[in-house]
Ligand binder design. Structure first.
Ligand SMILES: NC(=O)C1=CN([C@@H]2O[C@H](COP(=O)(O)OP(=O)(O)OC[C@H]3O[C@@H](n4cnc5c(N)ncnc54)[C@H](OP(=O)(O)O)[C@@H]3O)[C@@H](O)[C@H]2O)C=CC1
Ligand SMILES: Nc1nc2c(ncn2[C@@H]2O[C@H](COP(=O)(O)O)[C@@H](O)[C@H]2O)c(=O)[nH]1
Ligand SMILES: [K+]
Length: 479
């Protein structure tokens, strides 16, 4: 990456401060761009979902891995629950989505409660042998008594096919039938998956992030306190593909000891560590065993660190400096936090990151773990909160004695409650991934780049005023 002539920065910059300049390009199509990461994590798109309790759970892990991204399960999840989630994710089909299932005797109210859990908007009614008998969606439940049985409102599935049906054929059959979902069945005719038209289209564009056995990949975080080696061992035994050693101040002795402990357990597993914002911090974590360094102090949407402490660094400059240091050692960085638009991911990659980590933006989707709620205007939202908020610290220290808990509660560097609205046009995390990946593919072709390394090499970045940024925003309501 280079700065546009005469644009050397006089101070540190964040994403809004910079723009990408188009260059002569030989890339003919945005589909010719390869978004695979080269940081050893196996992600085929440069998106990692942050280890936040309000964001990353089993449905998020499954859905994002199917599109090539990676989800980091939070460090606060009980080890038995992590093992359960990993086993579950590893048994998901890499193409077909997991259906929501009820039996005919269940109530319409059960169907309405379940529908919001998945973006495909349907519940499948199965018989006692697991064979599909009908489909229920919100339209089928409209005006119906909530205690009615789903068997009474379910309609005949229009497309049912074997799991090995090519996704393009599924797409075309759904289109011809004007149907919302196709049901995938195994050799015994039992329900094994569901695909919407859009999902069938995505299956031809994205490559799932899979391990050597072809199972979806998943990462998990571990903190720096307690017996880190034992925790890392239990995560690896559960089948985790990437370990993330995570704490607010990553450039501290305890982190370096934690990294050494993790490395003593497995020399081979990809290890990510953070957070830091300096070249020196990056080099120290790499020397202690990190393959990828997580960069970002204070840019997160739930984060109050900069207001509480004054500590942090504008994210574009932090990523630029840390990525340069990591690259000199043949290693990588993830740009963690502050991603609000697809452009921010493109800029993080231009600065040299191998992937961008997204948290709060994805909290407002069907796949985040929280319950769907409605605000006073009837708009759907999910609650989000920071991992250093009173709420998260309270949960993390629940087994400590009351005195210790009270002491820890004094240090709060995150928001305990925020509302992340679901975008009516993009209510599912895959809709957001589509938007991010389209933006990034397009950014690559503007720079004449075919892949992430090429983009980092060829990107030309300029510095803009607040008015320059404002000019780039759409004005849907006129002015
Ligand atoms: N990227 C960011 O800007 C930030 C991210 N977070 C996220 O919040 C989660 C919780 O992290 P964390 O608060 O580190 O909790 P951890 O449970 O990981 O504990 C951090 C440990 O480091 C010690 N410590 C020393 N100095 C600090 C400091 N300035 N801030 C925090 N701990 C310090 C703490 O001791 P003691 O409590 O005795 O001081 C404690 O033992 C993580 O997921 C982290 O990524 C949190 C803040 C900033
Ligand atoms: N200072 C804090 N940082 C936090 C907290 N919870 C999460 N985070 C960081 O934010 C990113 C995600 O950023 P986002 O803008 O996409 O939401 C996450 O990975 C952490 O590094 C917190 O309570 N305090
Ligand atoms: K912030």
């Amino acid at each position: 990456m280079r700065f546009l002539d005469g644009h050397g920065p006089a101070h540190d910059l964040t994403y809004d401060d910079v723009f990408l300049v188009p260059s002569r390009s030989g890339v003919e199509s945005r589909f010719d761009v390869d978004l695979s990461t080269v940081d050893g994590t196996g992600a085929t798109i440069p998106i990692v979902v942050a280890n936040m309790t309000a964001v990353a759970g089993r449905r998020m892990a499954e859905t994002v891995a199917r599109r090539g991204g990676l989800v980091v399960l939070p460090q606060d999840v009980d080890p038995a629950a992590v093992a359960d989630i990993v086993a579950w994710v590893k048994h998901r089909h890499p193409v077909w989505d997991t259906p929501l299932v009820l039996t005919g005797g269940d109530a319409v109210a059960d169907a309405l409660n379940l529908i919001g859990k998945r973006a495909h908007g349907a519940v499948v009614v199965v018989d006692e042998d697991g064979r599909p008998r009908g489909v229920v969606d919100e339209a089928a439940c409209t005006g119906v008594d909530r205690f009615a049985r789903v068997a009474e409102v379910a309609y005949e599935p229009a497309v049912t096919c074997p799991l090995d049906t090519p996704s393009r054929e599924v797409f075309e059959r759904l289109h011809a039938a004007g149907a919302q979902v196709a049901l995938g069945v195994d050799a015994d005719g039992k329900l094994a998956g569901i695909l919407t038209q859009t999902a069938a289209l995505r299956a031809g564009i994205y490559t799932p992030a899979v391990d050597a056995q072809g199972r979806l990949r998943v990462a998990a975080a571990v903190g720096i306190n307690g017996d880190v080696a034992a925790k890392a061992e239990s995560l690896l035994a559960a089948g985790i593909d990437t370990l993330v050693v995570d704490t607010a101040h990553g450039h501290q002795e305890k982190m370096i000891a934690a990294l050494k402990a993790v490395r003593s357990v497995s020399p081979a597993v990809p290890v990510v560590a953070g957070n830091v914002v300096t070249a020196e911090g990056t080099r120290d974590l790499i020397a202690a065993g990190a393959d990828v360094v997580k960069v970002g102090v204070g840019p997160g949407a739930m984060c109050t660190t900069r207001m509480m402490t004054g500590v942090g660094r504008p994210q574009f400059s932090a990523v630029l400096e840390c990525a340069k240091a990591a690259r000199e050692l043949g290693k990588h960085v993830w740009a963690d936090g502050g991603v609000r638009h697809p452009r921010d991911v493109a800029l993080a990659l231009a600065a040299g990151a191998s992937a961008a980590m997204v948290g709060s933006w994805f909290a407002g989707t069907h796949e985040s773990p929280g319950d769907l709620r409605y605000d006073e205007h009837g708009r759907p939202y999910k609650e989000s909160f920071g991992m250093a908020s009173k709420r998260a610290v309270g949960a993390r220290t629940r087994t400590d004695n009351v005195f210790e808990r009270a002491r820890k509660a004094l240090f709060e560097e995150g928001i305990s409650s925020s509302r992340m609205l679901l975008d009516p046009q993009r209510p599912g995390v895959e809709d957001l991934l589509d938007s991010i990946c389209s933006g990034v593919r397009s950014a690559f072709t503007y720079a004449g780049a075919r892949d992430i390394e090429d983009f980092h090499r060829s990107a030309v970045v300029g510095i803009q005023s607040a008015a320059g940024f404002a000019e780039g925003r759409p004005l849907p309501a006129g002015w």
